[in-house]
Write a protein of this length. Structure first.
Length: 410
């Protein structure tokens, strides 16, 4: 495939897939994070090996299987402040400007909660650490989502890994995720709050839930331990690595018998557009069963996307049809996730409040990470956050055809 042919395909796929989770796509290599070049083939390991693997160089527990209700419950039960409001941040690529602006406006309004638990997927994983430290994170988020262009995120150039290279994004993450940030995250973790980021482990096809506060604490009092700091950055990069478009991230791990393996992690949005609880617990709620218990009474879900289908007449071309169908698939996945979250919340007695990019925002992005579009979306969301008008969609309303219900923020 020539470079001139590959470029428009990459543009079309990036525009479609960066908005949220994506179907599984095959790829043959990985991003090398924090290590020298590796052999083309990884050392073989089994599912049983993966179940007992630990990130290399770290002694404490910093992750659980994201689809294991018991492990998730243990993690939440050990968090003294998990009963306070939660913040759930979805994927959405450039539309992460919505959450960034909303948080800034919410801070300006003066009634933004100090969330007991924050979870992030994909672009939500990039936002979550800064949301976790409160108002101090607003300025970095504004810069990240209003001053960048596509060139600050990826570079075109296909390989056996992906259609693009994300060295620009990795460089930005390395600059933003500093020892100072890790110290701030670790301090909040010590106060009983929890910061959780989801990636998708590719070999198993299962989500991994990372306890980023525990990882920050492992970086030591200066936040500078190279293994913990490097892994924190790698997890954030991995959670936004859209399969086939962005290269996956390899994470070194060790087994109890001393063997070393290389795990592959990619976009957390592949296994769900946002993370509220393990999916088995969400689906069990449809039958009235309870597999996990969330101690909080209020959950704020920020969807960096719109669940409502939009009309855009397709042209008679492969790229146009592919773009429209992928958009439909992403919105359908989001609708299903919102319906599950709604059912789970009703079962748990949660007050689930959802903010999404709805019809009040009219701009359309002309391409991936268009700066003017992101600035407009940030400003729109900042106004909503300041006015207390962001959370105006009832959980699951888009998926179930219900009339949206306006919530008063408290």
């Amino acid at each position: 495939m020539s470079a001139s042919t590959r470029r428009p395909i990459a543009i079309a796929l990036a525009a479609c897939l960066l908005s949220s989770g994506a179907p599984n796509l095959a790829f043959a290599g990985s991003n090398t994070v924090g290590e020298a070049a590796r052999p083309a083939e990884r050392a073989a390991f089994t599912a049983a090996d993966l179940a007992v693997a630990r990130p290399a160089g770290l002694k404490g527990a910093v992750r659980v299987a994201g689809d294991d209700p018991k492990a998730f419950q243990s993690l939440i039960d050990e968090a003294p402040r998990a009963g306070e409001p939660w913040l759930v941040l979805s994927g959405g690529g450039e539309d992460g400007a919505f959450a960034a602006g909303l948080l800034a406006g919410w801070s300006a309004a003066g009634d933004r909660p100090e969330f007991g638990v924050i979870t992030g997927v994909s672009t939500g994983a990039l936002i979550a650490p800064f949301a976790f430290i409160g108002r101090a994170g607003d300025a970095p988020l504004r810069e990240a989502y209003t001053t960048i262009t596509a060139a600050d995120v990826f570079e075109f150039g296909g390989s056996d890994v992906a259609l693009t290279d994300t060295w620009p994004l990795k460089r930005r993450i390395d600059k933003a995720v500093t020892p100072q940030l890790l110290r701030a995250v670790a301090a909040e973790h010590a106060r009983g709050r929890r910061l959780l980021v989801a990636t998708t482990e590719i070999d198993s096809g299962r989500p991994t839930l990372w306890d980023m506060g525990a990882l920050a604490a492992a970086a030591g009092p200066k936040g500078s331990d190279p293994k913990a700091l490097g892994l924190f950055r790698a997890v954030v990069l991995a959670s936004s690595a859209v399969p086939g478009i962005f290269p996956p991230v390899e994470i070194a791990a060790t087994l109890p018998d001393g063997r070393s393996i290389q795990e592959m992690h990619a976009d957390g949005g592949t296994t769900g557009p946002f993370y509220l609880a393990p999916k088995p617990a969400l689906t069990a709620a449809l039958t009235g069963a309870q597999l996990v218990r969330i101690p909080a009474r209020t959950v704020y879900l920020v969807v960096n996307n719109s669940a409502t289908p939009s009309f855009d007449m397709a042209r008679r071309s492969t790229l146009s049809v592919l773009g429209r169908t992928m958009s439909a698939a992403i919105k359908a996945q989001l609708q299903d996730a919102l319906a599950l979250a709604g059912a789970f919340s009703r079962r748990e007695g949660l007050d689930l409040r959802v903010a999404e990019i709805d019809g009040r925002f009219k701009a359309v992005s002309p391409g991936p990470f268009d700066q003017r579009y992101m600035q407009a979306l940030y400003a729109h969301a900042e106004t909503l956050g300041r006015d207390g008008a962001a959370f105006a969609t009832a959980a699951g309303s888009a998926a179930q055809g219900e009339t949206p219900q306006t919530f008063a923020r408290r």
